[in-house]
Design a protein around this ligand. Structure first.
Ligand SMILES: Nc1ncnc2c1ncn2[C@@H]1O[C@H](COP(=O)(O)OP(=O)(O)OP(=O)(O)O)[C@@H](O)[C@H]1O
Length: 726
């Protein structure tokens, strides 16, 4: 493989700090390996070079590639993750007497147990708050909070005031301090301490600092855009005055703000820490065709600095087809087509912004018998307690005998949450199952507050009512449960993070929608929720966009491209400019995972398509991609001629293809092509209506519209007197 001029420039960089702005698929790894080889050739000692990778998988991949440089087993530079460098550093500092030893709590359950013990003690006088604080999700959120305090190097109080940590979390800052004291007394530490403790020790101890610094000449850091404050400070500490830092990354792919990453880490923040670096672009992607590169450039340009560097497709890349649809049908058809063409399903991925959005896809793929897997760290939606409980409500309606099953009742009493601990619920559900009626007083209800008793009794009434509803369709039963329990409110209140609450509420909607689709076979729907069959050999991968970071597939579908889903927001949790920018970066990451085929999917009806779809001008870009592939000569009309001409110039195609601003007429025709099912419009004569179907493109685009007052009509979009209604 011949390195490009841009890659070679990085490899040949001399000494001093540098930044490498690498677009997605730019061959960063190949370039960094070549850079290390060049440093070794120049006579730099392997032990004076350190390569820092984002996670273990990336580290192993890099180390394997690096090993080809020394086939005889000669010395090679260290390749580490931040965690592993922290672990080593901690051991060294302990040996030097600069840091007291501590045992790492490796399992999350160990930390959870410790947090529970601390909270029991800390909130002993406030039983209601204690019950809330001990809920699994809130413990998880507390531990995340503790990690973030250390990742951001701020006080717990400062962090708490800065963010929105959801309801019933006021105890977080004090609990942090109490957990810290306990860990100190027990001589244990968390993963976050691996970096945090050595950093603090080095700040404190000048001697240790002097002893550590000066050992490295070159540090190369991959995925620099997602580095957090503690990592940044540790890096500066390791570099000291002697080492040159090379930061490799892409600020447009910074998607870990919730873990403490900041989009300016590669920009002003770098300059403040390391002074003026030499900058190198790696602008050529080896992943996908021009259409998708153009689309990615369009998509990100609305972010500040988003348009500075263009992603350019290398000449031999595959042509990438881009299409857009709504509903799941097209995805199913495409996957079947793919298989018939002799391609493997493992070459395909469906990406979603949040897990709830994968439910319709999971259900549909199960029904179609198309095998799929879920991303590594991700959750299978049917194992979620909420989904299992909803299946349980439906099952109770079909099988009234379950009213005598204490375990089943306990499941229905824990989801949606009742804010009563399992210890108090268990005797109650036992008694209900045994006696079949609400207990008059005594033991089963002891320890419960009057308002808790009221709520639990209300749920019992619902459960009894459900046993009479067996003949109703599942969607109606679910809707009844949700309404009676005021489930949305409960879910929002129970969620330790606001985003999680919104996701649970969305999950409810999606399940009711899906239950409606399977109305004719309620038992099949219940079976699907209770015992879905997955992991049957290699299949399509379903992943969140976060889980797809750094990966690529020949076929990628991005699903759930609706307003409020992607970008993710709600009336209670509106977008800020910072959150919109982060959502846009996530979209950019999502679409740039594809090599040959990208499918953008919105929901079919009633939802507004994501603004990102329109911002990325996918149709124009797809057409331009083909024109470039076929070397069509002439001038094309586009919405963003400056951007497109810059692209054409940079790939050297401006000799034969140019862009000009589309005329108003052409834009109007184009607008015809941009209509989507589910959008609302106003017609000068028929009034307001909703688009139910879109056929054909541009001047041939025909809309099938259900008008509120004038019934159903078919309209030619380019001729009809219509306008969009928000
Ligand atoms: N100069 C080049 N010419 C042709 N192909 C290249 C070149 N550089 C990299 N590639 C190809 O690009 C692909 C990605 O390269 P590599 O694995 O080095 O990068 P990466 O770090 O995994 O990707 P990314 O830049 O997305 O992080 C590989 O298939 C590689 O062969």
């Amino acid at each position: 493989m011949q390195l490009t001029d841009q890659q070679r420039a990085v490899v040949e960089h001399g000494d001093g700090h540098a930044r490498v702005f690498a677009v997605a698929g730019a061959g960063k790894t190949a370039t960094m390996v070549a850079r290390v080889a060049r440093l070794l050739e120049r006579g730099v000692e392997p032990s004076r070079i350190l390569v820092l990778m984002f996670n273990r998988a990336a580290r192993e991949d890099f180390a394997a590639r690096l090993s080809t440089l020394a086939p005889d087993g000669g010395a090679l530079p260290q390749v580490r993750t931040f965690h592993s460098i922290g672990l080593r550093l901690g051991r060294t500092l302990t040996r030097w007497g600069a840091l007291p030893p501590r045992q790492l709590l490796e399992g999350e359950w160990q930390r959870e147990r410790l947090a529970r013990q601390v909270l029991q003690h800390h909130l002993a006088d406030e039983p209601e708050q204690l019950a809330m604080a001990l809920e699994e999700e809130r413990i998880e959120a507390l531990l995340q909070f503790c990690d973030l305090v250390k990742a951001e190097c701020v006080s717990p109080q400062q962090l708490y005031e800065r963010g929105d940590f959801g309801s019933e979390t006021r105890h977080f800052p004090d609990a942090f301090m109490a957990i810290e004291r306990q860990m100190h007394d027990r001589g244990v530490m968390s993963w976050a301490d691996l970096l945090f403790r050595p950093l603090r020790a080095l700040h404190r101890d000048e001697q240790a600092r002097e002893r550590l610094q000066g050992r490295l000449d070159h540090i190369i850091v991959d995925e620099y855009q997602d580095i957090n404050e503690v990592q940044l400070r540790l890096l500066a500490m390791l570099a000291g005055q002697s080492a040159s830092v090379m930061a490799v990354g892409d600020a447009r792919q910074c998607i870990y703000e919730w873990r403490g990453a900041r989009p300016d880490a590669m920009k002003a923040r770098f300059e403040r820490l390391f002074g003026a670096p030499v900058d190198y672009p790696l602008s050529w992607t080896f992943r996908h065709g021009h259409g998708l590169s153009l689309m990615a450039n369009h998509a990100i340009r609305a972010n500040p600095d988003g348009g500075d560097q263009l992603t350019l497709s290398a000449p031999d890349n595959p042509l990438t087809r881009i299409e857009r649809d709504s509903g799941v049908e097209r995805l199913v058809a495409l996957l079947r087509q793919w298989q018939h063409g002799g391609r493997a399903l493992s070459e395909c991925a469906v990406l979603v912004r949040s897990w709830a959005l994968s439910v319709p896809i999971q259900l549909r793929l199960l029904r179609e018998d198309i095998p799929f897997q879920l991303g590594r760290e991700e959750r299978f939606v049917f194992r979620l307690p909420l989904v299992r409980a909803l299946a349980g409500y439906l099952e109770l309606a079909r099988r009234p005998g379950l009213l005598g099953d204490a375990e089943h009742l306990l499941l229905l009493y824990t989801q949606p949450g009742t804010f009563v601990s399992r210890e108090l619920l268990a005797p109650l559900t036992d008694e209900l199952a045994r006696r079949g009626r609400w207990p008059d007083q005594h033991t089963a209800l002891s320890g419960l507050k009057p308002f808790q008793k009221r709520n639990l009794k209300k749920r019992w009434a619902l459960l009894r009512e459900l046993t009479q509803m067996g003949d109703r369709p599942p969607a109606e039963i679910l809707a009844h449960v949700v309404e009676t329990l005021d489930a949305e409110k409960l879910l929002r209140r129970a969620a330790a993070r606001r985003e999680k609450g919104e996701e649970d509420v969305r999950l409810l909607d999606v399940l009711i929608e899906q239950a409606g689709e399977l109305a004719d076979d309620p038992d099949a729907f219940i079976a699907l929720l209770r015992d879905p069959v997955i992991d049957r050999g290699p299949g399509v991968l379903l992943s969140t966009v976060h889980g797809a970071k750094g990966l690529e597939w020949p076929l990628v579908a991005v699903s759930g491209l609706n307003e409020e889903d992607f970008p993710l927001y709600s009336r209670d949790n509106p977008l800020t400019s910072a959150s919109l920018e982060e959502e846009r970066r996530l979209y950019y990451v999502a679409i740039t995972r594809a090599r040959e085929h990208l499918l953008l999917l919105s929901d079919r009806a009633g939802r507004r398509p994501s603004r990102f779809v329109e911002e990325s001008a996918w149709q124009q870009c797809d057409r331009l991609g083909r024109a470039l592939d076929e070397r069509t000569q002439g001038t094309v009309e586009v919405g963003e001629p400056a951007l497109v001409n810059r692209y054409l110039r940079q790939i050297g195609a401006d000799q034969w293809l140019n862009a000009c601003a589309a005329t108003r007429e052409a834009m109007a025709l184009n607008a015809g092509a941009h209509w989507q099912p589910g959008e609302h419009l106003r017609h000068a004569v028929f009034g307001e209506g909703t688009i139910e179907g879109v056929e054909g493109e541009r001047e041939r685009c025909v809309l099938d519209v259900q008008f509120n007052a004038a019934g159903r009509r078919r309209l030619i979009a380019s001729r009809a007197p219509i306008e969009r209604v928000d």
